[in-house]
Ligand binder design. Structure first.
Ligand code: BTN
Length: 241
């Protein structure tokens, strides 16, 4: 598989989308620094030296509504690799990987579809690896951590990346051959969202209640104060207590 390595890009997701049509599935775009790293919901993603900023091009040939499943498998892969290092990583819906309640990784999945079939998916993964907290601007620092901070030592990024690509490939193979419920169960076991009181913000409104489950498409099921349930496919989730 091809790896496109850059010292600096605007966003590896942008680069990946530019080349996706002509590249094979599994192609990786990775950069030392992103100048215009993007987070979910139009937010900025701080991407200095020391992190892993990468995008994988996938061509799964699935309906567009299933594209968010790939976000779940990416979160699972990252959480598994971090857990294998002895850290207690968990997943906060939909795609934050956290250690001790602090975010260490974010995932931004972008898909291009023709009618309802996905042409390609760009799986953008950002991991705070060898940065110190001072390398993260103050306004983003609260609620963030890095692997170096949590482990108290420098991490070899190349071997971390090898482990991650291996794990991601395993998850992707499983995704293609097994019922999605297997993957969902694994995801649920690592998620700390279900059972919590949450507040989810979407571009149009705020929903509060108890997170009681996840649908096969990765939507969060919230039970509201009036006992009705609602499914939210995308939003920003805050733990209320
Ligand atoms: C989030 O939690 O809001 C998602 C963050 C995703 C960051 C990664 S870093 C590699 C890829 N390129 C980007 O511009 N964003 C993703």
């Amino acid at each position: 598989k091809k790896i496109h390595y850059f010292e600096e890009v605007t966003s590896t997701n942008n680069t990946a989308k530019e080349i996706a049509a002509s590249e094979e599935e599994g192609t990786l775009v990775i950069a030392e620094v992103q100048k215009g790293g993007r987070g979910r919901m139009g937010r900025e993603w701080v991407s200095p030296h020391g992190g892993i900023w990468m995008s994988v091009i996938l061509k799964p040939g699935i309906p567009l509504r299933h594209a968010s499943r790939l976000t779940l498998i990416a979160g699972l892969a990252v959480a598994n690799v971090i857990r294998n290092m002895g850290l207690d990583a968990s997943i906060k819906w939909p795609n934050d990987v956290r250690i001790n309640g602090k975010k260490v990784c974010g995932i931004l999945t972008e898909a291009k579809a023709e009618v309802d079939r996905v042409d390609y998916v760009v799986l953008g993964i950002g991991i705070n690896v060898n940065m110190d907290l001072k390398d993260i601007p103050e306004s983003f620092r609260a609620g963030s951590t890095t692997l170096k901070v949590e482990l108290g030592r420098h991490i070899k990024r190349v071997s971390f990346l090898q482990d991650l690509l291996f794990e991601l490939e395993q998850q992707y193979i499983n995704f293609k051959i097994r019922p999605f419920s297997h993957i969902l169960n694994e995801w649920l076991a690592l998620s700390d969202t279900i059972g919590r009181e949450v507040k989810v913000t979407t571009p149009s409104r705020i929903i509060e209640g108890k997170a009681v489950g996840i649908t096969p498409d990765g939507a969060l099921v919230i039970k509201k104060a009036d006992d009705t349930k609602e499914e939210i496919i995308a939003g920003r989730c805050i733990y209320a207590r």
